[in-house]
Structures are given as C-alpha cells and as structure tokens.
Write a protein that binds this ligand. Structure first.
Ligand SMILES: Nc1ncnc2c1ncn2[C@@H]1O[C@H](COP(=O)(O)OP(=O)(O)OP(=O)(O)O)[C@@H](O)[C@H]1O
Length: 271
C-alpha cells in the first residue's frame, strides 16, 4: 500500500511505474498504445455530389482516420487491488479496460494478465430477447460454471439482482437500464474472477443497490486477483477503490491514493 502511495505525482509526463516486489502482480500494462481506425471520415457518403468529388479527387475509397485513444500507458495491478479509472469523456477509460480484457489489440506495447480477465460493462452480452432466468443460466455457463454450479448459484443471483416480482421470467428487453445492469452485475458476481473489469455497470443502479454492490465488490476483491472500475461517480470510486488511475487524453496523469487523485482531478476540472 505504501508503495502505491509513492506513485502519486502530478507531472506532465506519465508518473514512473514503481514496482512493489512484496506483492503479487496480476496485471502488467507495459507502454500500451491503442489506435482505432475509422473509415469514411473524409466527409459525407452516399450523395452523388460527394461521390463525384471523390472521383474528381481520385479518392476511390473513403479516407481512413486514426484515433490514438491510449498513448503509452504503463502500470502494475497487484492481487487485491480495486482500481478506479477516472477521466473526462473520451480520455480512454473504456478503451483501456477493453484492451486489458483482450478485446482490442495493442498497436504497441503489451498487457500481461494472471488468469482470465472478465469485462462487465453496460453492454455485456446478455440476450435481450431471452428472459432473465435464461440469461442467468447462459451467463453462468459462459463464465465457465458447470450446470450443477449454475443451479446452485441461481437463487443467489436472483436475490442479489432484486428485480421486481415476476420480472425474472420476462425478456430482458422489458427491463429498465438499471434492472439490466443489476442482473448483469449479479451474474458476474456469481463467480470469482482473476481480473474483473467493471465499466459503469453500477452507474444506473439506485443508492440501495450501489451500497450492496460495494459490499459485493469488496467480497470479490478478497477472492479475485484485481478489480477495475470505470465510473463517473467519484464518490462511488472513492468508497470502493484502494487506488485510482486518472487518464487524461489517453495518458496516465496520476496513479495513487483515491482521495489525493480525486482531489487533484476535481481541481483540474474546476470543481
Ligand atoms: N469504436 C471506436 N472507433 C473509433 N474511435 C473510438 C471508438 N471508441 C472510442 N473511440 C475514441 O477513442 C477515444 C477514447 O474513447 P473511450 O470510449 O475509451 O473514452 P472514455 O474515457 O471511456 O469516455 P467516456 O467517459 O465518454 O465513456 C475517444 O476519442 C473516442 O472518440
């Protein structure tokens, strides 16, 4: 813990990565760069006039643009860490989580993880046309639980999601966004994860659910390798995490104690 505090610095260049040899590393992010390639950014498509302009300019294909979303991020997450990732819109938080989950390839650098990362996001792949009940079963099997383990966990998941009576049998398309988020979180929390990545999943939950999910995250933290939480609610990050990474234009601006990082972030955004 003391070592994590040592990492707290505000500098123009990213803070140096201080390695704590007394703790077990779970995620190592080494000079990670992620670049999106966007096609068709060259202005309008589909109209005869823009097509003619492209032909006249001898541009047969729409232009490709690059968005350099993560720019040289390095840090080490240790066993038991719950790391909040904060930053303004478009600073690269979701991209960083997706890259740790292995869903986006690094353009440069690398991510090493101990065990399998699981990304729990607002868009986590549950089937909208299927009932909550079916989604619990599919979700548990997809996470690698056996049919017996799935049956054993079913009641606990339903209880934790705490949906309105009967809703567990309705298709998820009938759920509010908060209800969907609760069920997704309840399913993901049913097993221990080596690396659990949570992207705004709790943001739509109400105060009561946030309190319960905080307790659950603490429980998961005890059993899991490391937990990452992307959220705009800074109180929630401060309550839940033992460490905060502040991303600014794809780079780490600060990494350390939640109170210190959040205070510096609030100051920078003029809060
Ligand atoms: N699929 C994509 N294709 C192209 N560019 C993308 C894509 N997803 C994100 N970006 C761009 O990458 C940058 C980082 O986006 P990202 O979603 O990681 O930021 P964020 O910090 O999670 O933002 P927010 O707080 O708004 O959720 C932004 O400039 C965004 O426009």
């Amino acid at each position: 813990m003391a070592k994590v505090k040592e990492m707290t610095r505000v500098t123009e260049s990213p803070p140096p990565v201080v390695i704590d040899y007394t703790r077990e590393p779970i995620v190592v992010v080494d000079n990670l760069h992620v670049i999106y390639r966007v096609y068709g950014g060259g202005g309008g498509k589909g109209t005869a006039a823009t097509a003619l302009m492209r032909i006249l300019r001898r541009q047969n294909r729409p232009q490709m643009k690059e968005v350099h979303a993560v720019r040289g991020v390095s840090f080490v997450a240790y066993r038991g860490d719950a790391i909040g990732v904060i930053g303004t819109n478009g600073s690269g938080k979701s991209t960083l989580l997706k890259a740790i989950a292995g869903l986006l390839p690094p353009a440069r650098g690398a991510v090493y993880t101990q065990g399998r990362p699981s990304l729990l996001g607002v868009n986590a792949a549950l089937m909208r046309d299927l009932s909550g009940e079916r989604n619990i079963i599919l979700g548990c099997l997809a996470m690698g639980l056996s049919p017996e383990e799935t049956r054993a966990k079913y009641d606990e998941i339903v209880k934790f999601a705490d949906l309105k009576p009967g809703f567990i049998h309705y298709p998820m398309s009938a759920y509010s966004s908060g209800m969907g988020a609760r069920l997704r979180f309840a399913i993901a929390a049913a097993r221990t994860h080596d690396v659990l990545l949570i992207d705004e999943a709790l943001a739509t939950g109400d105060a009561k659910f946030r309190k319960r999910s905080k307790a659950k995250i603490n429980e998961l933290r005890r059993d899991a390798g490391a937990v990452f939480l992307v959220a705009h609610n800074l109180d929630q990050v401060e309550e839940t995490c033992n460490r905060v990474i502040w991303l600014d234009e794809g780079k780490i601006r600060m990494d350390g104690d939640p109170k210190e990082v959040i205070a510096a972030y609030n100051e920078a955004i003029g809060k």
